[in-house]
Write a new protein. Structure first.
Length: 313
């Protein structure tokens, strides 16, 4: 089911009710296929960025790449695989160190280039369509109808509900309370992208206390984000110097996953001043040059999601 796209301004706000979810039987079965019906609010979503006066043109001249690195005039990326522990306590994770000359080449893309609930595609498919050099899964905004969703300088949703993450056009990044501001205010302050999942992991270079007690949602089908889980997160070392981190998990002898405090400590050890947790579990994925870097759930198979965070080529 699709709807005709609606014209919106740079600060236009799009609402939308919760998409229809089918009841599923059996514990955990919801994770296999969360959605049964697309609810498209905006088609060709990426074209809206061209209308945004905040957007700056980025030089996308070609770069060189190896299996673990990429370099161009606008971005330098290196990816490291880290394994710690052994046996049932082994942890395997992937760190992408990202330096850009223009913060606006760190972008978001929607599944099928459509904004709305229940629209999913594999991260590698979204990344290929967007021309991404590096990508990680995003916040799975389509699983809920709340949160502030600003992507590539365009407002798609303004319904503050939780702690969010704001990427600014000057290359900085901040944790913020969605319920204490608005999308209009954020864009006026120079915000380029927001993510709405959480919790925040690191602030001021220190792991945040109490994150092992935070629940993100209480909506149908949601379960705890706590415990030893596969994780995806993004962090900032300093302006225009980011970290994308994906931890594999639920795979005996390969990677058990990490708790939320353990995830925070990974970012602290990497020098992050700010870090934020994104959708995890079977959704956790890192894509580099159209290839899946990590091994989701030890099965090497991606799970569909609604969005990615990526570095443009």
């Amino acid at each position: 089911m699709t709807e005709k796209p609606r014209r919106i301004s740079r600060r236009g706000l799009l609402g939308g009710g919760l998409g229809l979810l089918a009841a599923v039987g059996g514990g955990g079965a919801w994770a296999l296929d969360r959605y049964v019906l697309d609810h498209v609010e905006v088609s060709s979503a990426s074209s809206l960025a061209a209308q945004n006066v905040v957007a700056a043109e980025a030089d996308s001249t070609g770069g060189t790449a190896t299996a673990t690195s990429y370099s161009s005039d606008t971005a330098k990326i290196s990816i490291e695989t880290v394994s710690t522990g052994s046996g049932t306590d082994k942890i395997t994770y992937f760190v992408a160190d990202v330096r850009v000359t223009d913060a606006t080449i760190v972008k978001s893309a929607f599944a099928n280039d459509q904004f709305g609930e229940n629209i999913i595609a594999n991260p590698s498919e979204i990344a290929a369509s967007a021309g991404a050099v590096l990508a990680i899964n995003g916040d799975y905004y389509g699983f809920r109808d709340t949160g502030i969703v600003i992507r590539n300088g365009v407002t798609f949703r303004d319904s503050g509900a939780r702690q969010g993450l704001a990427f600014y056009a000057d290359g900085t990044m901040k944790l913020y309370d969605e319920t204490a501001t608005s999308a209009d205010r954020l864009i006026a302050d120079g915000v380029w992208n927001t993510l709405s999942f959480g919790p925040g992991l690191v602030d001021g270079g220190k792991a945040i206390d109490g994150i092992d007690q935070v629940e993100v949602d209480t909506n149908f089908g949601n379960h705890s984000i706590q415990g030893q889980q596969p994780r995806t997160g993004v962090g900032l070392i300093d302006a225009n110097h980011l970290l994308f981190v994906v931890v594999d998990g639920r795979s005996k002898g390969y990677s058990r996953g990490v708790t939320m405090p353990e995830f925070a400590e990974i970012f602290v050890g990497l020098g992050a001043t700010t870090a934020y947790n994104l959708d995890g579990g079977g959704s956790s994925a890192m894509i580099f040059r159209d290839e899946l870097v990590n091994n989701p759930l030890g099965k090497g198979q991606e799970r569909g999601t609604s969005d990615i965070l990526y570095v443009a080529g």
